[in-house]
Design a protein around this ligand. Sequence first.
Ligand code: SAM
Length: 375
Amino acid sequence: MKNHLEKYLLNKIELNQKIPFSDFMNLSLYHPDYGYYTNKASIFGDQGDFITSPITSSIFGECISNEFINIIRSQKTSSILELGGGDGSLAISILKYLKKDNSLPDKYIILEISENLINYQQERVKKELPDDYNIVKWVTNLEDVKINGLVIANEFFDALPTERFRVKNSKLETLHIESNNQSFDYIWDKSSDDFVNELSRAKNNHNIDFPDGYISELNLNNSKWINLIDKSMESGVLFIIDYGYHSQEYFLHDRSDGTLVCVYQHKSNFDPLSNIGNQDISSFVNFSHLKNLSINTDLTVSGFLSQSSFLINLNILEIYQSKEYDDDEALIESNKLKNILLPNTMGELFKVLVMQKNIDIKLKSTKEFNQMKKL
Ligand SMILES: C[S@@+](CC[C@H](N)C(=O)[O-])C[C@H]1O[C@@H](n2cnc3c(N)ncnc32)[C@H](O)[C@@H]1O
């Protein structure tokens, strides 16, 4: 039995003969009624499919707050924009920490596409921060958003619908989805000239060739989002935090099946045609591509570092030591800390791209271990 989303997709494919993979991914995740993020009841945490750093530990958001405190020393108005609010954990940890420091922003804006998640985030923020609820505003697009302060995209870019490509007989082909006897199938089409040009941008001038049969991803949505963020940010700092690589690592010959990954109930698989509407689909972020796209904007790149280096620069160890935990809590909290910090967990796989605009301050987050030259 096909579910609503599968029926919808099959209909759409029948009308168009085939659809680009990015359309398939977009509808699987964000169809207004049946998409994974818009419709599924539990996505985050133990009962859901996956867990992110801000959900793992409030210390993650507390570290990020330290850069905001640094920024507001040099500017009068202060605002924060979070792209993709998830279960609301990041906003809650940041606002609680800033309140204690008497540094609450004038406004905290959450961009969220899913009505269900907006309701969930609103309930949680109302419960956890009843007196400061009115600082937080929800938007579904960035049209009228103006930010002077901090913009945070944690696990936002990996969730943007991507294209997949392969090299066949030295030519580039782009993945589409077709239907075959009421089921979904792959079909590869010659890539357009625009696609080929964008792929050079994603390589960021590095001399990278692909062997025959090589498959990878190119996210054409990166450009739109870098431009939208640039338009919304009057001044401040942008953190793009995600799992990913610089382009030379992204396009390693060994990574010949690409970076696309699906997650269902905390288990990974590589089949986006299974569990449609019930599993997450994401791809690793090519940070060199984001850097290259920022050249046409007023954003300038000021850092590229591992999540662990970023958090250490933002005083994660001092924050942890300042907490008063009893013995049981200390054990639980130190395990959470390890999860977001150690190289074999999220500490190394996750990277942070730091950009700034119209602001001249010494950033805390990039003060050491900056690997910007690798981009
Ligand atoms: C992987 S989750 C990460 C959630 C949260 N940032 C965290 O780290 O826990 C991606 C989030 O981005 C939201 N999202 C994805 N695409 C979006 C878009 N185009 N506009 C607004 N929100 C979007 C999803 O609904 C979800 O809340």
